[in-house]
Design a protein around this ligand. Structure first.
Ligand SMILES: [Fe+2]
Length: 217
């Protein structure tokens, strides 16, 4: 019986290996070796720390408009990616945790993401000179710090305990691959915007030339 249980768990772990290799190959991250992801909770904690450090920079620079705007823009870009990693990879895995409090934190975090995304959108359209910029950035800072503290205190330890090391490494690898894909897509979206402008300028020029040719003919 014990042998059967070990066999099942071995084949489950092989399945998970296949899934993470598939994910990495789809996203271009697989190089023929086993994907060695950082544990998901370590990766998310490191991202929380990066954002905390940026918010500290924002607080120290709050009377210098240009620095505050640059720092807040960077925080917003990082948070947009962070939210996707949690919503698409980490939270779905945590929804099946046995610990009820941890599952409640996942539900609460999703609501907090809605508020954070709204603030990010509003901040994107504001200059640091706008009256509400400082207020919205401060509310964003408080919401994000609360979210990060709560996850680290009440969700990550449960996830580490229940999901186990191997699953956490697999989730970490999935998140790394998704992060790389999102960052590539972000860069491609902005260069595509430039290409479309160039293409539409050229086609306008072609239309002008052919209508001039028709008029002279
Ligand atoms: Fe988080």
């Amino acid at each position: 019986m014990k042998r059967q249980a070990r066999k099942t768990s071995k084949s489950q772990s092989e399945d998970r290996g296949v899934i993470s290799r598939f994910m990495a190959s789809v996203t271009g991250g697989y190089s023929g070796q086993e994907a060695e992801g950082e544990p998901a909770t370590d990766l998310l904690k490191a991202e929380h720390d990066e954002v905390r450090a940026l918010f500290k920079e924002f607080k120290d620079a709050s009377d210098e408009g240009t620095t505050a705007k640059r720092v807040v823009d960077e925080v917003c870009r990082k948070l947009e990616v962070h939210a996707q990693l949690e919503e698409k990879v980490f939270y779905p895995a945590c929804r099946r945790l046995r610990n009820l409090k941890a599952r409640k934190i996942v539900a609460e975090s999703l609501e907090e993401h809605t508020i954070v995304k709204k603030l990010i959108k509003e901040l994107g359209g504001l200059s640091a000179r706008d009256e509400s910029f400082q207020a919205k950035a401060t509310v964003l800072k408080e919401a994000v710090e609360h979210h990060a503290d709560e996850e680290e205190k009440d969700l990550f330890p449960v996830a580490e305990d229940e999901l186990g090391e191997e699953r956490l490494h697999d989730l970490g690898a999935e998140m790394e691959a998704l992060k790389a894909r999102l960052l590539r897509a972000g860069g491609a979206a902005s260069s595509m915007g430039r290409k479309q402008t160039t293409r539409s300028t050229r086609s306008r020029a072609r239309r002008r030339t052919s209508s001039r040719a028709r008029m002279s003919g």
